[in-house]
Design a protein around this ligand. Structure first.
Ligand code: GDP
Ligand code: IMO
Ligand code: MG
Length: 415
């Protein structure tokens, strides 16, 4: 027994939450290790839809524990709202553990995020404006506060010190926030959050030592990783395999399996290169049929064909043992389906994922074409099987299961 990782291999929204919700039944709990309220994981259970931002996707199972690891940046207000909503709907089991080392977001992080996006003008990144980039920047710059600080007697003094520094460096922030009000609001969160906050590193090591199994739920997707993604059009955390160790405190020897989540086509919210993007009727078809609108911001997601070159890059770096394909049903009804197997740039053919944004933005995808299909019931038609077989061979990675609808039951196990 050990830890099992579930990592999105695209630009987020692959359907990680619904796969975690399925796999958690064989585990004792779920751990989030990166990202913050920028994430949005949607689960559909018994006809009810749940949208989670900070709470791990194991929460709908009453017997499972849910851990928010030290790599997750916490907006206490969002977290309280999420807990309250789950409580109100009768789905909060109380088995929530928040790392005392987790960094905290403050209202000024959101303001900085919004200001930076507007100052970037036509070069804006299309962030979720949840303050996540500025929050992690403060952590790296050693100007952040952590959950443990919130409960300390020196919380007020520490926050004022940080705020003074911020206003000195960025005078345009002056007058944008009343820090006394922020202190009051955050003190109000203490009582509510204290009972859930603990040393999650010891908790996880104890569980693993007892032979228990935990599932590590990635947020964002590998192509949004701060180091390996399409920089600067990325998020500000490690959504790759490395983020598991820095964001949860478990060690590599405790990781038993690594699973990737791959959408049957590709989507992206926000700016940045997307070689296989479809800006035509087929793109609109995928958006409407797949309900591709952001879980966190409601923005329409950009849609395109599956890019196997980018996905293979993700598989290799994360060392995945197998993948889950999601949303195969959405491709149904198309006469032809395409998969990108390489790129053409200035007369040259490229078969690996380029680091240059210029190449990614201007290359022409080389496609393999497949006849379409329609899925009825839980049977995969032969054309859909050929499509999956091609992906499996190209990625050299076993497909462990396929989802064909948002509901828990709309899943075909191929193990
Ligand atoms: P995550 O961020 O990776 O957890 O993914 P999101 O929840 O943001 O986006 C995935 C969306 O697709 C959600 O609205 C899911 O309910 C939905 N979904 C997941 N799997 C399937 C599927 O197999 N078919 C369809 N049609 N929708 C799905
Ligand atoms: P889940 O966990 C999709 C994108 C934003 C933007 C970029 C930077 O639901 O898959 P940020 O607010 O993080 O500074 O924005 O990253 N982004 C996501 N896109 N799904 C997510 O999370 C995302 N989290 C961030 O749209 O392009
Ligand atoms: Mg999402």
């Amino acid at each position: 027994m050990g830890a099992i990782a579930v990592i999105g291999l695209h630009w987020g929204d692959e359907g990680k939450g619904r796969i975690v919700d399925l796999l958690v039944k064989d585990c004792n709990g779920v751990v989030r290790y990166n990202g913050g309220p920028n994430a949005g994981h949607t689960l559909v259970v018994n006809g009810e839809t749940f949208k989670l931002h900070l709470i791990p996707s194991g929460i709908l199972h009453r017997d499972k524990i849910n851990v928010i690891g030290n790599g997750v940046i916490i907006d206490p207000k969002v977290l309280l709202e999420e807990i309250d909503e789950l409580k109100g709907r009768g789905f909060f089991n109380g088995k929530l553990y928040i790392s005392d080392r987790a960094p905290i977001l403050f209202p000024y992080h959101k303001i900085i995020d919004e200001l930076e996006e507007s100052f970037r003008g036509s070069f804006s990144l299309g962030t979720t404006k949840r303050g996540v980039g500025p929050g992690y920047t403060d952590e790296i710059n050693r100007s952040g506060l952590r959950m443990i600080d919130l409960f300390s007697d020196s919380f007020e003094e520490k926050l004022k010190r940080v705020w003074d520094l911020k206003v000195k460096i960025s005078p345009c922030l002056d007058g944008k926030v009343n820090i006394e009000d922020v202190i009051e609001d955050y003190k109000g969160y203490i009582e509510y959050l204290k009972s859930y906050t603990t040393d999650t590193i010891s908790l996880l090591h104890d569980l693993l030592a007892q032979g228990k199994r935990v599932l590590l739920e990635g947020a964002q997707g590998f192509l949004l990783d701060i180091d390996f993604g399409t920089y600067p059009y990325v998020s500000s955390s490690s959504s790759s395999i490395g983020g598991i160790f820095s964001g949860s405190g478990i060690n590599p020897k405790q990781l038993e399996k690594i699973f990737g989540v791959v959408k049957a086509y590709m989507t992206r919210v926000g700016a940045g290169p997307f070689p296989t993007e479809l800006k035509d009727d087929t793109g609109n078809y995928l958006r409407e049929r797949g309900r591709e609108y952001g879980t966190t911001t409601g923005r329409p997601r950009r849609c395109g064909w599956l890019d196997c070159v980018a996905t293979k890059y993700s598989c290799i770096i994360n060392g995945v043992d197998g993948i889950y394909i999601t949303k195969l049903d959405v491709l149904g009804g198309l006469s032809e389906v395409k998969v990108c197997i390489g790129y053409e740039y200035e007369g040259e053919r490229l078969y690996s994922f380029p680091s240059s944004l210029e190449i990614l933005e201007n290359c022409k995808p080389i496609y393999e074409r497949f006849p379409g299909w329609n899925i009825e019931g839980n049977e995969l038609p032969p054309n859909a099987k050929s499509y999956l077989k091609f992906i499996e061979d190209f990625l050299d990675t076993k497909i462990l299961g396929v989802s064909i609808g948002p509901e828990r039951e709309a899943f075909i196990d191929l193990c």
